[in-house]
Design a protein around this ligand. Structure first.
Ligand code: SF4
Length: 250
């Protein structure tokens, strides 16, 4: 069976036809300044923690890495690019100041997992896993967007991505996961909730199986969503387009 990821599940639940374009036709998604800045910040934070040695990477080196790995897709001119670089550097300075007090490396960063959910392989990459004082694990997802600044504990508790990551990390480490967190890099703020209980995880497994079943049965119709008209609207029947045949999946 085709492996799923949280991004694929989210895409399918937003619009199954758009899922088809992105993941079956492999049509490139439109990049935005926000997504490019987000990936650039994720990369810089990963490099910061992966650097060896007992002491943290100095701030000038971190900022140099950020500049060297900055993604420029989606920006419409040098002014927007300059503003994003300045914003990114300010975010990383706050991150560095926070992390270098009582510096400790996480258990893992950008940790890949694959977990079997009722016969459905699910892949993921967890931004960060921390060890809590009681020895259990905390799963952390970084968010960088302005829209996420108002994230509350209820948002984290309802977050499907973190629940899937809990399944993945618990399977990969065979150790208890006791906390799920969204770390808002822009605000240097972490919003945490206790790990999801067995009943919630069962519902998450059911969601994954249901999405896999519908994809397997070819339920890939267009569905109006906040993304309409998306970058593939010229191939979408809701906007007068014709869906191209599926490419050879071989
Ligand atoms: S235009 Fe809307 S309905 Fe059509 S593929 Fe894009 S998101 Fe789906």
């Amino acid at each position: 069976m085709r492996p799923l990821s949280y991004s694929q599940i989210r895409s399918f639940r937003t619009c199954p036809l758009r899922y088809r374009f992105v993941y079956l036709h492999r049509m490139p998604e439109r990049q935005t300044p926000e997504s490019s800045l987000g990936r650039s910040l994720h990369k810089a934070v990963e490099i910061f923690f992966r650097a060896g040695g007992a002491r943290p990477m100095p701030l000038p080196i971190l900022l140099q890495e950020f500049e060297g790995n900055f993604e420029t897709d989606g920006f419409d001119g040098p002014q927007a690019l300059r503003a994003a670089r300045t914003e990114g550097r300010a975010i990383l300075e706050r991150f560095w100041n926070h992390e270098t007090q009582n510096f400790r490396r996480p258990v893992a960063v950008e940790r890949r997992f694959r977990v079997d959910v009722g016969g459905v392989p699910v892949n993921g990459v967890v931004d960060r896993i921390d060890r809590l004082p009681d020895g259990s694990l905390e799963v952390v997802d970084y968010k960088t967007g302005v829209r996420q600044s108002g994230t509350t504990e209820d948002d984290v508790a309802d977050n499907l991505q973190l629940a899937i990551y809990q399944l993945g990390v618990a399977g990969a480490y065979r150790e208890p996961v006791s906390r799920l967190s969204i770390h808002l890099l822009r605000d240097d703020r972490r919003v945490s909730v206790p790990a999801r209980d067995a009943a919630v995880l069962d519902a998450v497994r059911e969601t994954i199986r249901e999405v896999a079943r519908r994809i397997g049965e070819g339920e890939l119709d267009p569905t109006e969503s906040p993304l309409c008209p998306c970058e593939f609207s010229t191939s979408c029947p809701l906007f007068g387009g014709t869906v191209p045949p599926l490419p050879d999946q071989g």
